[in-house]
Design a protein around this ligand. Structure first.
Ligand code: F6P
Ligand code: MN
Length: 359
């Protein structure tokens, strides 16, 4: 396909910026450096076992999870591609316990970059799609004015404050999905030009769906509203939902999010009772918030089950949280189930349907 008539990521960013004549172009430049990191990773990942960083094994990271050589390399790629450009006050990532400081040899800037450099990396060994997730926040004024080192507290901003967010998916094609707060655009990596080319603008997540994604091996740890929701989906056509549902679980959130962005669906990794020290599996700052921003910008919804994800005030850099996202009506239903009392708690007789007070 010739490029004629197609927009590159660079052009998309410039056209977006024209709507803000006062914008300096720094955000655009930063996003292009993030996209370069994603291009580098797309290449590395596509080499599979032929690549240098593929030996099995690995260390345990700050999350208590296996950190593979490719996780370490991906983190390094993100840091090195973004530390020099002068647009960042600091960075934080799944793979680094503490925020990473911009080296003294480079200028510091007004944004913060938060990322999961290789999401779903346990899938690498089996050649299933993985991805990178990123979130761009404004650095607090005190960082910008003084150029001081960043602290964990500087990153603890609600998702609603994100300036831009997105993910790259390394699948059959490598794609970059981006929001700068004006809808969601999908870019596909043209391997000949090594450019991300706009292939879908203003993506919308269908508001209804018949597809859900959850790791049902955790069923015995689910809270009642989640159990109710899944039971009703499984009951299918004769059940309360009156329709059959399909289930998917890739165990690679980026791949799951992308499927839902493209054709609708709902994803749940809810808070459960499996390990009381972990209120959910996925991380707020570099998984739930950027995916949540993308979903909301595409007309979908993201929630903890109890409150909108983007309204959560973070308390820790690596904080975990229950995450539900996807088709709006379905996420709202799950939120409603969390508000309603469990079905086995009989309503007070005065307010029962057959009572004096029914209307
Ligand atoms: O980063 C965490 C992650 O790999 C996600 O990409 C994915 O959705 C989830 O973990 C899979 O979890 P589980 O192994 O419990 O299915
Ligand atoms: Mn991850």
């Amino acid at each position: 396909m010739p490029l004629t008539g197609r927009w590159t990521l660079t052009r998309y960013l410039i056209e977006q910026r024209r709507r803000y004549p006062q914008a300096s172009g720094e955000l655009n430049a930063l996003i292009l450096d993030v996209s370069l990191a994603c291009k580098a990773l797309a290449r590395i990942v596509s080499r599979g076992p032929l690549g240098a960083a593929m030996p099995a094994g690995g260390e345990i990271n700050v999350q208590g999870e296996v950190q593979k050589p490719l996780d370490v390399l991906s983190n390094e790629v993100f840091v090195r591609m973004n530390e020099w450009n002068g647009h960042l006050g600091g960075m934080a990532s799944e793979e680094m316990e503490q925020p990473s400081q911009i080296p003294a040899s480079y200028p510091r800037g007004k944004y913060l970059l938060v990322f999961d450099p290789l999401d779903g990396s346990s899938n690498i060994d089996v050649n299933v799609s993985v991805g990178s997730i990123f979130s761009i926040l404004r650095a607090p004024a005190s960082v910008v004015e003084s150029g001081r080192d960043v602290t964990e507290a500087d990153f603890l901003q609600p998702g609603a404050t994100q300036v831009a967010a997105g993910y790259a998916i390394y699948g059959p094609a490598a794609q970059l999905v981006l929001t700068v707060g004006d809808g969601v655009a999908v870019f596909t990596l043209d391997p000949d030009l090594a450019e991300f080319v706009l292939t879908q603008a203003n993506v919308r997540v269908p508001v209804d769906t018949q597809e859900f994604a959850i790791n049902s091996s955790n069923a015995r740890f689910w809270e009642p509203p989640v159990k109710r929701y899944v039971d009703e989906c499984l009951a299918g056509k004769p059940g309360p939902r009156g329709k059959d549902f399909n289930m998917r679980w890739i165990a690679s959130m980026v791949a799951e999010a992308h499927r839902i962005l493209m054709r609708g669906g709902v994803f749940l990794y809810p808070r459960d009772t499996k390990d009381p020290s972990k209120p959910g599996r996925l991380r707020l700052l570099y998984e739930a918030n950027p995916i949540g921003f993308v979903m909301e910008q595409a007309g979908g919804r993201a929630s903890t089950g109890r409150q909108p994800m983007l309204g959560v005030l973070p308390t820790g850099l690596h904080q975990r949280i229950g995450l539900v996202f996807g088709s709006k009506n379905e996420v709202e239903r799950i939120e409603r189930y969390h508000r309603e009392p469990p079905a086995n708690e009989a309503p007070a007789p005065l307010f029962a349907t057959r009572s004096l007070f029914r209307d």
